[in-house]
Every structure is written in C-alpha cells, then in structure tokens.
Ligand binder design. Structure first.
Ligand code: PEP
Ligand code: MN
Length: 572
C-alpha cells in the first residue's frame, strides 16, 4: 500500500497513516496539494491529509484544497484517523536549550507550542518550515547548535538529533484529525465496520436562513452535525463555503434525505465522501440515529397495540407513575403569566394534593394578536416552581426546533391538540427522550390519535401518555365534547395510559369536577386541569380555570386520603 503523506519520513501524517495501515510504503509529498496530485496520478494508492487540530483548529490549507480536489468526483474520503500529537524540541548532539536562537517547524506545530515557546524561548525566532520531520532534517543538515526543530520524538532518532525538551505542546490532550482518501473507483482499502461520518461542502447564496436551513435538514432528522467550518470564497469577497461533517453515511436514509434537501437549496454541494469514523473521535458526542420507521418492515402488531403489553404500560415522570395504583392529578394555569403567578399556583397545587404542575410557556393561540406565552422566561419560571414545590412539570412544545429547549426544562413534553399530527414534531419530541403527553386533536379519530402515538414509539421513545381533551361536534353549548367513549375504548386498544383534560373539553369551570370524576370512572389514569389564582384575570382560558378553592375540592375527591397532609414540603 503506497500512501501519499505531507512531509517526510517521521512526520505526523506518516504516523497517522500507519495507524490505519501499519505496513504502508510512504510517498513523501511537499505540500497537501502534492498529496492529492500523487493519488490522482496513481503514484500512490491512498493519501492522508491533516484536517483539524484540537488546539489550533482547522488546517486551512487542507480545507481550501478540498473543493478543487474532490469537486469532480474522482476522489473520495475513506477513513478518519485521530492521532495524539506530542512535540519534542530537538537539536544537534551537544546543543543546549539556552543556546537555541531559531526554532523551525510546521506552522501548525509552532502554534501548538506557543505557550511553552513564550516561556522558555521568548527571544527565539520562529521559522515556518514545510514539515515537522523536514525541519529536523534541516537542523541536522545545517549543523548549527543554535537551531532547533519541533517534531515528533521519533524524528530526532531518524535524523541524528537529540531531544532538548519533551511534551512541549500547550495541552496534553493535543490531537490531530486526519482524513484518508483514494481514487473514487478504487476498492475501499479496508472493509469498513465502525460508525460512519459524511463530509460535504455547501456553497450558499446570501439569503436569510440559508445556513440555518442547511443545518436544519440534519437537525430535523436527528442527524448530529459534528463539525462546521467556513472558508471565504476566493474570488467572491464576503461569500463563504461551509464544510459540514455529520454522523452517518450518505446512504443512511436520514442523511440521504437531508442531502437531497440541501442539494435543492444550495448554490452548490460537494459530497467529499462517507468514511469510517475514528472510534474515539468526536463521534462519541453524537447520538446514534435509528433507521426511520418507514424504511423498516411494518410490524404485524402496532407498537401501541394492547396485545404488546396486556398488563398496561406504566409511564414514569420523575417519581410519579401514570398507569399505576393512584390517579395522577396534573394542574396549573393555561399559561405561565409571570414568575410570582406560577410560584403561587404551584404552591396551591402542591398544598391541595396535586401531583404535577402544568403551564404553557409557548401557547398555540387561535388569534396571532393574543398572548403567545413567555417563551424561555416561562420555562425558567416553571423550573423554579418545580424547585420550590417538588412537582414535576409538563409544558407544551409547539415546533420541532424548540424541542431541545423545552426538553431542557420540562419533565414531560405536551404535544397539543393542534399538533397531534405534526409528524416532524412527534419525531423530534420522541428523540428528546422525555415522556410525552399526547393530546388528541379536536378533529382526530381514535385511529389517527393512536397512529400519532405510534410515531413517537417508532422513533424509539416508549413513554407516551394519551390525553383526551374533547372533540369538535355539532354541540355548541360547551367548548368541545368530552369523548369518554374514547377513554374506555383506547384502554382496550392500547397499553398506553390515558388521562383526561376536562378543562379544554368543557371550556367552563363548573363542569370540570363532574367530568373529572366521570373520566376516572371511565378508566382514565389521571387528569390535567387548569387552575389559576384569579381566573377572571387570566391571560388565557380563564373561563374554564378552577379557582384555588374549586381545585382544592376537586383534589380532595381525586385523592381523598392525601389532602390533610401536603405530599411535598412547600417552600415557595
Ligand atoms: C393547553 O393544554 O393549554 C392546550 C392548549 O390544550 P389543547 O392542545 O388540548 O387545546
Ligand atoms: Mn388552555
């Protein structure tokens, strides 16, 4: 195996290439472009390029070469190699550190030893050479004891020099990432087995959101972007190329879909290749992406089907269980309106014997002019209310982009009625790993509701609690019509627990208590009700919100044994 390396024998590129191919025959090249040329010309079977260093970042000379080198599809990346990089300062036998006046090395290596050089050789002249091992060769040839080179320790032996100082890199974790490549037609030099990465170049038009859309193409599908680099377009000032690395192979369905989308959007896209990732490289931060359900064989029995777990599934949210012995009483305002207001509501919910706090930070409102929720502030206030009362928090997430943010604060994610069939949201919510409260759409059939739950389960998250919240019928006397048929029926059809939201079903506070009791009688394992310290002043859904006394009365009926003693210490 002839492998083109930048630098001479003893260089870091050679050491990196040997980690993949211990028996290789090095083809020494002066510059990175010569490495590419050697492989194109067939003078080497493969090439290796340094791409990034953990201390100083990107090797820009490599990045700037990639589009030209790979743009015509003649070459493709094959492997990633990570190499721990330790530097040694070396000089002629008999030379002394105090006599060193000039230090030669590759500019990247000089950059990695800046702190050490500033401390021990502050007056030495730093001279960029084409290669680390090559600078050792120059020092040996010049025969001047005032000259020293920075290179790998084994380069000293290779060129008859002696180490003057070892491990002089600024950080002991110093590592360089290399990529190997071959001609596109060549067989893959080693059968790939490990996880893959894909690298691509994207050239974008200057339009708002075009970079975000590129990244979202991956984000929406749960594909982890492991690196992003931009480099200026040479002949077009203030325009940029973006270099993106993602976890997964270009043939993985999710990556393939994202690439198709990016290609449609970008002025230009070049796929540099999919290659075997280095096992303990940056990929360890990436989560594995399961194959999308529609690429798998359809299960004979849906994942939600009761036959899969006739005993019924129990969903845990912190120390609470849905589907256990005791009904779960979730209560709180429609929206989080202010910090004091949510703390006050949480305290009254806890004191009355409620189990969990609800409250919308992001509100789906019929009118765009209505209060839309406090957003991130609302999430923070909910987290403080949890701290103060010990009550776990459920809150609604409206769009897939906000799932990581909402999941960061919430114990359970609510998918609202209006979003029950927002499938990208369901997938992203599933991937968050948080338990999901899945409300039934006001116009959704039971089958559609269960299939929405199937989306969450198929994406890998088994923790779904269904929520019946009323459907739209011809009846106008109430906001919606609470479908208790559905509660009893889904208990037959699915093993997932089901709760009822009587507040949105009725739209009026006086009906909440009787509907709650009916729901429990029909088999619901819990309730989610709206309560507000002062319903007439509520910013949303005040008419259907219980006041503190009404809630305390309901809680007493739901948890008759508990209301004497608060379940949690209230410190708010
Ligand atoms: C809510 O719980 O505040 C809400 C908006 O509910 P739904 O999605 O059921 O309308
Ligand atoms: Mn509401």
């Amino acid at each position: 195996m002839r492998v083109a390396i930048q630098g001479t024998v003893g260089s870091f590129s050679e050491a990196a290439a040997r980690r993949r191919w211990p028996e290789l025959e090095p083809v020494a090249c002066h510059e990175v472009q010569d490495v590419v040329a050697a492989v194109r010309a067939g003078d080497a079977d493969a090439g290796i390029l340094p791409i990034e260093n953990s201390l100083i970042g990107s090797v820009t000379s490599t990045y700037d070469l990639l589009q030209e080198a790979f743009g015509d599809g003649a070459l493709r990346l094959t492997h990633e190699v990570m190499l721990a990089v330790h530097h040694t300062l070396m000089g002629l036998p008999g030379a002394d550190l105090s006599g060193v006046r000039r230090v030669l090395s590759h500019p990247v290596a000089l950059g990695q030893c800046r702190i050490w050089l500033g401390k021990y050789l502050p007056r030495a002249e730093l001279v960029s050479a084409w290669d680390t091992a090559g600078s050792a060769e120059i020092v040996a040839r010049e025969g001047n004891p005032a000259l020293a080179a920075i290179a790998a320790r084994h380069a000293a032996e290779a060129h008859g020099l002696v180490p003057l100082a070892d491990r002089i890199e600024d950080d002991p974790s110093n590592q360089t990432r290399f990529l190997t490549f071959t001609q596109a037609e060549a067989p893959i030099p080693q059968s790939p087995s490990g996880p893959f990465k894909t690298s691509l170049i994207v050239c974008l038009d200057h339009k708002p959101g075009s970079l975000a859309l590129t990244l979202q193409a991956f984000g929406a599908r749960g594909v982890n972007v492991t690196a992003l680099q931009s480099r200026p377009e040479r002949s077009k000032p203030w325009t940029y190329r973006f270099y993106v690395d993602v976890a997964g192979a270009a043939t993985d369905p999710r990556v393939a879909e994202a690439l198709e989308e990016i290609e449609a959007l970008a002025a230009e896209m070049v796929i540099l290749g999919s290659y075997e990732a280095w096992p303990d490289g940056a990929l360890r931060f990436a989560t594995a992406v399961p194959t999308p359900a529609h690429h798998l064989k359809k299960p004979e029995v849906p994942l939600v089907d009761r036959r899969r777990n006739p005993e019924g599934t129990v969903v845990a949210v912190r120390d609470l269980v849905f589907g256990g012995e005791s009904p779960v009483l979730i209560a709180g305002p429609c929206s989080v309106e202010a910090e004091a207001m949510i703390l006050e509501t949480a305290a009254l919910v806890a004191e009355a014997g409620g189990d969990m706090l609800r409250g919308g930070a992001y509100k789906p409102r019929t009118s765009p002019y209505d209060f839309q929720g406090l957003g991130v502030k609302g999430l923070r206030y909910l987290a403080r209310a949890r701290e103060a009362t010990g009550l776990p928090v459920v809150t609604e997430v409206l769009s897939w982009e906000e799932v990581p943010l909402v999941a960061h604060f919430a114990d359970m994610l609510q998918i609202g009625a209006r979003n029950m069939q927002n499938f990208s949201l369901l997938r992203a919510a599933s991937r968050s790993g948080k338990p999901i409260l899945l409300k039934r759409g006001a116009g959704a059939t039971i089958e559609e509701w269960l299939m929405a739950a199937e989306y969450v389960l198929a994406e890998g998250n088994p923790n779904v609690v269904l929520c019946e919240r009323g459907i739209r019928t011809f009846e106008r006397a109430t906001r919606h019509t609470l479908d208790l048929n559905a509660v009893a029926l889904v208990r037959e059809r699915t093993h997932l627990p089901v709760v009822v939201d009587p507040s949105h079903a009725a739209g009026v506070a006086s009906l909440v208590a009787p509907l709650s009791l009916a729901a429990l009688a029909a088999g619901a394992c819990g309730l989610i009700v709206e309560v507000h310290p002062n319903p007439s002043a509520a910013l949303s859904d005040g008419f259907q919100s219980l006041d503190p006394e009404q809630f305390a009365a309901l809680a007493k009926q739901v948890h008759p044994a508990r209301t004497q003693k608060p379940r949690v210490a209230v410190t708010a």
